[in-house]
Design a protein around this ligand. Structure first.
Ligand SMILES: NC(=O)c1ccc[n+]([C@@H]2O[C@H](COP(=O)([O-])OP(=O)(O)OC[C@H]3O[C@@H](n4cnc5c(N)ncnc54)[C@H](O)[C@@H]3O)[C@@H](O)[C@H]2O)c1
Length: 294
């Protein structure tokens, strides 16, 4: 696991950049908004609630990330105001909603379908935000930029809030699925993720965590890791874990560990390309995977 040090110098290139983000009115998103504004970036923020700060380089549009056309309007606003988008930060999220150990029954005694709101906000909306970001970054004049996803330390651990954990594993999985496609197509777009440990926000009240004997970190810590992933061209497919104000890059270590066990890894994408091409030629189901007709 590689520890990372983040300095002001590392993020100063974000001056004059345009960042679209979700969940910018509280916690990690708000801290990131303030940091970006402080280094001279412009922020276009979409949230259910208005931001508690005003700034000439901050635009806000009320956005429910679970509504596709709200997200479309958020990205359109950025293009209208600034003529381009440099980075997107898919960050909005909610805490767990579902206890799968509890039987919830309707009036006829039948089990009620689980509440999937967490999957809608924390995973499906992240995928939709990324899809829009890819579209804008790829098709604008001077194509390029980066996307940062807020995953979690629960993206790679057993964490008893099962709906939240499933969504955050999904965020990491989605990034892992997108990276080889960006590479395959040679697109000048990077995608990276954050894995904050306990962070004092609207979702995680400091008092509750501390009463349980754990510690929280400031959302300013996480904001710096989001800014670093936007600013530094050296990160692609990275997951930065932050805890107690320290940072570690953990994705490469995790993938290497798995590759050591399974013998997979480098060259896997070449094999995948061949499989998809052959599947397409044979008309099998795998042929419907993206890129199989190339
Ligand atoms: N706080 C932590 O310890 C922690 C740890 C790991 C990951 N995260 C993740 O960080 C992200 C930010 O959460 P936070 O901790 O800053 O919490 P927060 O509650 O302070 O901020 C979440 C923001 O998302 C917005 N939001 C929620 N649902 C929305 C929707 N449907 N449409 C638009 N906006 C919506 C809220 O209005 C709020 O402004 C989330 O994805 C969360 O899962 C937090």
């Amino acid at each position: 696991m590689m520890e990372i040090n983040i300095t002001d110098e590392d993020i100063k290139s974000l001056k004059d950049k345009v960042v679209v983000l979700t969940g910018g009115s509280s916690g990690i998103g708000l801290a990131t908004t303030k940091l970006l504004l402080s280094v001279g970036a412009s922020v276009v923020s979409g949230d259910m609630n208005p931001p508690p700060v005003e700034h000439e380089r901050l635009s806000f549009v009320k956005t429910n990330v679970t509504k596709w056309f709200d997200l479309v309007a958020l990205f359109d606003l950025a293009q209208e105001r600034h003529g381009r988008i440099d980075h997107a930060f898919a960050n909005a999220g909610v805490s767990g909603r579902m206890d799968y150990m509890e039987d919830r029954l309707d009036d006829n005694g039948r089990l009620i379908e689980p509440n999937h709101e967490v999957l809608d906000v924390n995973l499906k909306a992240v995928i939709n935000t990324t899809y829009l970001a890819l579209h804008h970054l790829r098709n604008q004049e001077h194509a390029g930029g980066s996307i940062v996803l807020t995953a979690s330390a629960s993206s790679y651990q057993r964490f008893r809030v099962a709906d939240y954990t499933a969504a955050k594993h999904g965020v990491l999985g989605f990034m892992r699925g997108i990276v080889p496609n960006l590479t395959r197509l040679g697109l000048p777009i990077r995608i990276n993720s954050l894995a904050p440990g306990w962070t004092e926000t609207g979702m995680v009240p400091k008092g509750v965590v501390e009463a349980a004997g754990a510690s929280t970190q400031s959302p300013d810590v996480v904001a710096k890791s989001a800014a670093l992933l936007m600013a530094s061209n050296s990160y692609q497919g990275t997951l930065i874990y932050s805890d107690q104000g320290k940072y570690w890059e953990i994705e490469e270590t995790m993938l290497k560990h798995v590759a050591d066990i399974t013998g997979s890894g480098e060259g896997e994408d070449v094999v995948m390309d061949k499989i998809m091409k052959l599947a397409a030629e044979h008309g099998s189901g795998t042929g419907s995977l993206p890129g199989s007709s190339n």
